[in-house]
Design a protein around this ligand. Structure first.
Ligand SMILES: [Zn+2]
Length: 445
């Protein structure tokens, strides 16, 4: 089976080129710039009509809630949302039920995904106060990393004991992905706010409780531990300008400490609590408009390495209450790419930079085998994006199981038209092929 996607503006490795991509048995076999010849011998020809053809987005930070919390989300529903959003691979976090903190639970998740995931997948192993002895048994070719909660969030997987943290950093022989928010500062702020404003203060206090200082102290500690032990550290969802001081503006290949920023922290700011309330409550909290501006600017350099979503669905019924009662987390994966393309329209980033941070860099950072680029011999994970299509998010287009989105009512000016996973068309013009199954990611380590 051969497919030709012709007449596309191919955005790849810092360049835009008009041409065709040929797919043979799920693999990119050729990239042609001579339009006259393209597709003549292919079974299937798709005219891209000069839409952008980009590598599929690789999201290194999602919570698909499977197993155990499947009233919020599951691998099938959320991988459908991923496909519709141009995301062809995801890496999922361990705070489901049972938590992914044993080899058995980890294996169970890989099995679940092989049965249910429309796109490609890998899973993090969750660190606890006492499971570092298992790290050496993890399959480095298929497990993306070790997730460490240095701040409590959904699922209560906090690792707090200093000796346990040191064990984890010393014993990890693969990437540690850390959620950094200092629990003692959060507790202090929370007590203070409760004393003044009662049991469940207004949602806007969330960013005062989960403060800049909490992020700074915890991220600084993680970086210090990584430097002392030589561990490979990836700090997740940087939310403050101040934390950027901890990271170096250097190419990925030269670093042992890297940073991720998530779409909510690039789109929203604390002023949005007034209109969106708990819908934009997440951990770490969204911070000020100044933080957002500086995080956006940092994407113009190598200070922040990747853009992910922290896609974390909850039911709206769980989002009721104020800063201490409403749960934290929001779905994002279906709209992450188009959100970032709005920043291109606003002149904040170039499309080449968006592709670098959402497609190329995650592939490099995790050493993913043959994905993340449009190159002959690579897997045909590809997305066709119409860069001139105005549309507004309405509830009926939301595929996440929770059925709501913080982006409802937002107007976007680009649209994902088609998504190919391993050469198969899994999303086209509003419809997901829910019977497609993705592959487990393979890491060259
Ligand atoms: Zn997360």
């Amino acid at each position: 089976m051969t497919t030709c996607i012709k007449n596309a503006i191919i955005v790849n490795e810092g360049k835009k080129t008009l041409g065709s991509v040929i797919i043979e048995n799920g693999i990119i076999s050729a990239i042609q710039t001579n339009e006259a010849e393209s597709g003549t011998s292919c079974d299937n020809v798709i005219d891209a009509q000069q839409c952008y053809l980009i590598p599929g987005v690789i999201d290194d930070h999602v919570h698909f809630r499977d197993p155990g919390l499947t009233h919020k989300a599951d691998i099938l529903s959320e991988s459908a949302a991923a496909a519709a959003g141009g995301v062809t691979s995801f890496m999922d976090m361990p705070n489901c039920n049972p938590q992914t903190i044993t080899l058995e639970a980890l294996e169970n998740k890989f099995n679940l995904a092989s049965e249910k995931s429309i796109v490609n997948y890998s899973f993090y192993f969750g660190a606890t106060n006492d499971n570092a002895a298992l790290f050496s048994q993890l399959d480095k070719k298929h497990v993306c990393g070790i997730k460490l909660f240095m701040g409590a969030s959904t699922g209560n997987m906090l690792v707090e004991k200093p000796e346990a943290l040191r064990q984890i950093f010393s014993k990890a022989d693969m990437l540690i992905a850390a959620h950094c928010e200092e629990p003692s500062i959060i507790q202090w702020n929370s007590d203070l706010v409760q004393m003044k404003y009662g049991d469940d203060p207004d949602i806007a206090f969330h960013s005062k409780i989960r403060s800049e200082e909490a992020c700074w102290q915890s991220s600084a500690l993680a970086v210090q531990l990584a430097k002392e032990t030589g561990a490979r550290l990836h700090v997740l969802h940087i939310s403050t300008a101040r934390e950027l001081e901890l990271f170096e503006d250097k190419p990925l290949a030269e670093k042992r400490i890297t940073a991720e920023v998530c779409v909510p922290h690039l789109v929203f700011c604390d002023k949005d609590y007034a209109t969106l309330g708990a819908r934009v409550k997440c951990n770490p909290s969204i911070k000020t408009a100044v933080d957002r501006e500086i995080l956006r600017c940092a994407l113009n350099s190598d200070t922040i390495d990747v853009i992910a979503t922290d896609h974390a669905p909850h039911l709206l019924s769980e989002k009721q209450g104020g800063a201490l009662k409403a749960v934290s987390g929001m779905p994002s994966i279906q709209f992450s790419l188009v959100c970032m393309l709005e920043l291109v329209r606003d002149g904040v980033l170039t499309i080449e930079q968006v592709i670098q941070k959402m497609c190329h860099a995650p592939a490099d950072l995790f050493q993913i085998d043959k994905r993340g680029y449009i190159r002959p011999g690579y897997k045909a994970d590809l997305v066709l994006v119409n860069p001139n299509c105005e549309w507004t998010v309405t509830p009926d287009c939301i595929l996440s199981k929770c059925g709501w989105s913080p982006y409802e009512g937002k107007t976007f000016h680009s649209k994902v038209e088609k998504t190919f996973v391993n050469g198969d068309l899994v999303y086209s013009d509003g419809t997901v092929n829910t019977s497609h199954r993705g592959e487990v990611l393979f890491f060259n380590r």
